[in-house]
Design a binder for this molecule. Structure first.
Ligand code: SF4
Ligand code: SF4
Length: 283
């Protein structure tokens, strides 16, 4: 079996699942239970925060209980709202076939930071500025989404959205793609520890797959400046005093690729995870 993530096998016939147009289809969005899920998702952000806080309680339980409970939680999440890290070049491919990109306030930051942070993008196959996904979100009527003191939904052309993603990379945010009742894909987000999914991950609960890639450093190009180290949210980049260069630990790397934007020497590149024996089956 080719080393790709579980969703690629289940929802992409062995190819990257998030590059399959059928996973963004209007047919999937017309499903009533999925529509209800999406409405509840935006209506009840504080419930999600409470769920993440409960993970601390679970982590205090004996190890044998944790090991029984964790897979149940993660599998339930995989069926409803699950994500994957992906690099900018794959987002560019997605933007090449979807017909609408809408920027909206981040539901996680609404509860964790308490302010509007426009880091999330709804994507749809439906052409035009007024999409069913947009209408569905607006119909929720949550103040932080549509109220008088928010920017509301904003249609963004693909090139401008990519520019915004690049800017967010410079600030250390990783890109993630999300299902809303799997396999329907409704959005791409820009994440750090203000995101509830990243908080779950930091508490050892899988909320997303690693990328289909792993970062690597070309030792011939690296000058040891260390500019890349701080950008890695996963602590995967190490500096060797002896070698005066950095290396990336494939067991820690999530393959987001954002460290590349900090490197003026173009010394960091992404390799397919399948080509890296140490990390090929690490999701
Ligand atoms: S930013 Fe580039 S040159 Fe500097 S340490 Fe990182 S990989 Fe090496
Ligand atoms: S080392 Fe890996 S996880 Fe860290 S920023 Fe680079 S690509 Fe992302």
């Amino acid at each position: 079996m080719i080393a790709v993530c579980e969703f690629c096998h289940k929802h992409g016939e062995g190819e990257k699942w998030y590059l399959q147009a059928q996973n963004y289809s209007e047919d999937l969005l017309s499903d009533l239970s999925r529509r209800r899920y999406i409405q509840d998702f935006f209506r009840e952000p504080h419930k999600k925060e409470a769920n993440i806080a409960r993970l601390d309680d679970l982590n205090r339980l004996p190890a044998f209980v944790r090991s029984a409970v964790k897979p149940v939680i993660v599998n339930r999440q995989k069926k409803s709202h699950y994500g994957q890290v992906l690099p900018l070049e794959d987002i560019e491919e997605i933007f090449g076939f979807v017909n609408s990109i809408v920027r909206l306030p981040c539901v996680c930051r609404h509860v964790t930071v308490g302010s509007e942070q426009r880091y999330c993008y709804g994507i749809s196959m439906e052409p035009g500025e007024e999409t069913e996904l947009g209408r569905l979100i607006e119909s929720i009527g949550a103040d932080y989404l549509t109220g008088p003191h928010t920017g509301g939904l904003e249609s963004v052309p693909a090139d401008k959205a990519l520019e915004q993603f690049r800017e967010m990379e410079k600030r250390g945010l990783i890109h993630t793609v999300w299902t809303f009742v799997t396999p329907f894909i409704g959005g791409i987000c820009n994440c750090d520890l203000d995101c509830l999914a990243m908080r779950a991950l930091s508490k050892s609960y899988r909320s997303m797959f690693r990328a289909e890639y792993v970062g690597e450093v070309d030792a011939d190009l690296c000058n040891g400046c260390r500019a890349c180290i701080k950008s890695c949210q996963f602590g995967a980049i190490r500096y060797s005093l002896a070698g005066e260069k950095v290396t990336i630990d494939p067991l820690k790397c999530y393959g987001c690729g954002i460290c590349r934007i900090q490197c003026t020497k173009n010394a960091i590149f992404l390799r397919n995870r399948a080509e890296m024996p140490a990390a090929a089956n690490l999701w």
